[in-house]
Design a protein. Structure first.
Length: 149
């Protein structure tokens, strides 16, 4: 499971002209679910994301977590994070989990983040054509792979 985490001042997702999710200061997470990913992979990310210390403290050091700053999270499904670009010019997405599995694990991760103490966790809509906006703060962008943590 791959989570691309961006520290944001705000983020939002719009579907068919309707805003379906938004956050103020916190994380905008693009989530890719790969074949073979399980709830254990999601649990690793659920444990790590809320306490990832990438917000600045009073000394300008990245010492504070999303929980510490009372931040918010927007999670958007993103199967293209699983792209294999090693051959040719067209990415292959064969390593992406099937939609039913991917959606179930996506929803599991979202619910886990909600239970973690984060004050607000919003989402996009799995499989929809979404327009995502954000103001990356820093910029700070971190990639977490559940197989590596």
């Amino acid at each position: 499971m791959i989570a691309l985490i961006q520290r944001v001042s705000y983020s939002s997702v719009v579907i068919d002209g309707r805003e379906v999710g938004k956050t103020d200061k916190g994380f905008m997470i693009l989530l890719g679910v790969e074949q073979g990913d399980t709830k254990e992979d999601a649990d690793k990310l659920i444990k790590k994301i809320p306490v990832l210390r990438i917000f600045e403290d009073e000394n300008g050091k990245m010492n504070l977590s999303c929980l510490d700053i009372d931040g918010e999270i927007l999670v958007v499904s993103q199967f293209t994070l699983c792209a294999d670009c090693s051959h040719g010019r067209r990415p292959s997405f064969t390593s992406s989990a099937p939609p039913d599995t991917a959606n179930a694990l996506y929803l599991y991760l979202v619910e886990g983040l909600r239970r973690s103490g984060i004050k607000k966790v919003d989402t996009g809509e799995f499989g929809a054509d979404m327009k995502v906006s954000l103001l990356n703060d820093g910029p700070v962008t971190i990639i977490l792979n559940s197989k590596e943590i």
